[in-house]
Design a protein around this ligand. Structure first.
Ligand SMILES: [Zn+2]
Length: 169
């Protein structure tokens, strides 16, 4: 006698060919799970519930569209007119670059870059300058992913970075 080793949970396989079984059939005196084709060789005893078909043919493909909210992000940006702000504030105080850089707690050479517009401070440093001068320097900007373009000042900063990279080679 042939042993039945089928489990209850798994979809039954045809005992003859291994395809998904669709029925129980009596073939040559043995009860076997059979597919449509193999069932023809015997007498169908019971139809089996068909398991949900697998693969792309099953139903409509699920298209998930990401919410718009995920495609934009809020970021902080240093004001583009920072060089002018710094120069005006420094001139107001009748200070040299060195003196004013000490007020802002940055190195004089660094300050020179900020005022000339060669580089912009990062947001963290800009926040400190903002507090010292009591002037808004950091702006909150909503950007759409992939569409944000660098402003002129940032480009200058990037080209400086590129220059450093080139030097390291
Ligand atoms: Zn079969």
């Amino acid at each position: 006698m042939r042993r039945m080793i089928q489990t209850e949970v798994r979809p039954m396989e045809c005992d003859m060919c291994g395809k998904q079984a669709t029925a129980m059939a009596e073939i040559e005196g043995a009860k076997l799970a059979v597919c449509d084709a193999c069932g023809k060789h015997g007498r169908i005893v019971k139809q089996l519930p068909r398991a949900a078909p697998k693969g792309p043919a099953s139903g409509r493909p699920i298209v998930r569209s990401a919410p718009i909210r995920e495609q934009s992000e809020i970021s902080e940006q240093v004001r583009k007119d920072l060089p002018e702000i710094l120069r005006k504030e420094r001139e107001k105080r009748k200070m040299t670059h060195e003196e004013f850089s000490a007020v802002l707690n940055v190195r004089a050479s660094t300050y020179h870059h900020f005022e000339s517009g060669a580089i912009l401070p990062d947001v963290e440093l800009a926040r400190r300058i903002e507090q010292t001068l009591k002037i808004p320097i950091v702006q909150t900007v909503k950007t759409i992913k992939g569409e944000w373009k660098n402003d002129t000042e940032t480009k200058k900063g990037l080209s400086l970075g590129d220059f450093i990279k080139t030097k390291k080679k």
